[in-house]
Design a protein around this ligand. Structure first.
Ligand SMILES: [Zn+2]
Length: 510
């Protein structure tokens, strides 16, 4: 007979304020992954925080796991009011039918924003509190890119963030949260949480938490594990492409009933982040034609140019034409092949009506990204008509193959424009090989991503240049008109001054 009934679940979405497309219920139901009730763990090929909850809770014979809801969908715009209501309805229904619950382990992303509610994660926490009351412990396992809010601190018992980027420790993050919940329920610990917000807004570095200033900062709080009285430390360097009132980094310390220790550690970490701010800025970006000029001047091949603003994995459409326009204008200055890929099913179907060797005139790109570019009309020779899938070189998804739909390759002098039916996640040299081109022998390979090229091109690239193109996930954050983020915010306000507040609210164990 189980004594403790623990509800588990999670809702995952990273909401980009500069992406036009709102998130509809079907983005979770049809295009994402959604499970209700026992399906949350029955359909469990999962390798996420929920898997971590289950792993820890199952080992305790006193615990009955009550799976509530898990919902996730890929990064895009803000959740519509309908979508928030839809998810809230399911969550309420599950909580009401669950019977008594003694505790909750929940995995919100932490950077979920709505068109009418800025802090959707905090809103769902309110739903928990309304249904369960104020005393049931709730422990959160967050993505470290969470935009931590006052509601998240006040309405949870404790929260922990992932400690790696790329996030290779999400299962462990769930396990840590579940242990905190069990220790709280058994009376072994009384979590006290202190969170200091830090006015920094920068894109994630290429190498994530593996090197550089971000690694130093993550190492700092991970070392707290050795301090007596510390339950957990987290640093949340937020999701930068979100224009919300509580934007910014967060240093979070959770101690066992020791507010002074939590306060001191969170302050020290926040101060260290602020002092490191200039070392956290992204690498130099060049206007597209300047990036091409620099790439053309490098000895050998290939040279990589990244268009990070159009990163498909970051919520961008991938069909922005600004870099293509620059390549078309500069192609004669490049000695060797120049490669670019755009997803464009409309153009693919037009080209598929032709034969290899034909000349076609077709409008390409700028059909999904209607905010930051326009379609371009090109006249080109059809060089290849084929179809996917392709091998998944980019490792951005777990599957061995990546779906592309139809693939066509157009030649415009030394420019090779590859078009596909589908968006493609991450840099995939296999795409060009499928189209009959060896990308490592091309002079310039352009990538519609700001990350992942170290795995795929790092060992061969003679140089990498970042093109500063407009788009949904530009690394040049001052490009955007932020209306809601608190100011000053570094580097939007380059000479921002900031001093730690003397005391920030400590949420005492519920
Ligand atoms: Zn993340």
């Amino acid at each position: 007979m189980s004594n403790l009934r623990i509800g588990i679940g999670g809702i995952w979405h990273e909401s980009n304020s500069f992406c036009e497309r709102g998130v509809a219920p079907d983005d979770f139901v049809l295009r994402g992954r959604m499970a209700i009730g026992k399906d949350v763990i029955d359909k469990s090929d999962r390798q996420d925080e929920i898997a971590g909850f289950v792993e820890v809770l199952r080992k305790n014979s006193d615990v009955e796991i009550i799976p509530l809801l898990s919902a996730e969908t890929w990064i895009s715009g803000h959740l519509t009011a309908d979508t928030v209501g839809f998810l809230e309805g399911i969550l309420c229904q599950q909580l009401r039918s669950a019977g008594r619950l003694d505790g909750i382990c929940f995995a919100p992303h932490g950077a979920m924003a709505g068109t009418t509610i800025a802090d959707v994660d905090g809103h769902f926490l309110n739903v928990f509190r309304e249904e369960l009351g104020g005393r049931v412990p709730i422990v959160l396992a967050l993505d470290c890119h969470a935009v931590v809010t006052r509601q998240m601190i006040e309405l949870s018992t404790a929260l922990v963030g992932s400690r790696t980027h790329p996030h290779v420790d999400v299962v462990e993050t769930g396990m840590r949260a579940a242990k905190i919940l069990l220790d709280t329920l058994s009376g072994k610990i009384k979590p006290v949480v202190v969170c200091h917000k830090i006015p920094i807004l920068v894109p994630p570095p290429d190498d994530g938490t593996n090197s550089g200033a971000l690694k130093e900062l993550f190492d700092k709080f991970i070392a707290w594990d050795q301090i007596k009285g510390v339950i957990s430390g987290s640093l949340c360097p937020c999701y930068a492409w979100q224009d919300v009132p509580e934007q910014g980094w967060a240093a979070v310390a959770v101690t066992d009933n020791d507010p002074e220790l939590a306060q001191r550690l969170a302050r020290e970490l926040a101060q260290a982040c602020w002092e490191a701010r200039c070392r956290l800025l992204p690498e130099t970006m060049y206007p597209p034609r300047e990036a091409i000029r620099r790439a053309a001047a490098v000895d050998g091949c290939p040279v990589v140019i990244t268009d990070s603003a159009d990163t498909v994995g970051g919520g961008a459409p991938g069909d922005n034409t600004v870099l293509l326009e620059a390549l078309l204008a500069s192609r004669h200055d490049v000695d060797g092949l120049v490669l670019i890929h755009l997803p464009d099913p409309e153009a693919v179907s037009i080209v598929q009506k032709h034969l290899v060797g034909d000349t076609v005139t077709v409008r390409v790109g700028g059909k999904r990204d209607t905010m930051y570019c326009v379609p371009l009309t090109v006249t080109a020779q059809v060089l290849c008509i084929t179809e996917g899938p392709i091998t998944n070189d980019g490792k951005f998804i777990a599957e061995p193959m990546a779906e592309t739909g139809g693939i066509v390759c157009l030649g415009i002098d030394n420019l090779r424009l590859v078009l596909t039916d589908c968006e493609i996640m991450g840099p995939q040299p296999s795409l060009y090989r499928k189209a009959g081109i060896e990308p490592f022998e091309a002079k310039i390979v352009t990538l519609k991503t700001g990350v992942g090229f170290k795995v795929t091109y790092g060992h061969v690239a003679k140089a990498v240049f970042r093109a500063d193109c407009p788009g949904v996930v530009s690394y040049n954050l001052p490009r955007y008109k932020f209306s809601h983020v608190p100011r000053p915010m570094f580097p939007l306000d380059a000479d921002a001054q900031w001093h730690l507040p003397i005391c920030q609210r400590a949420a005492k164990g519920r």
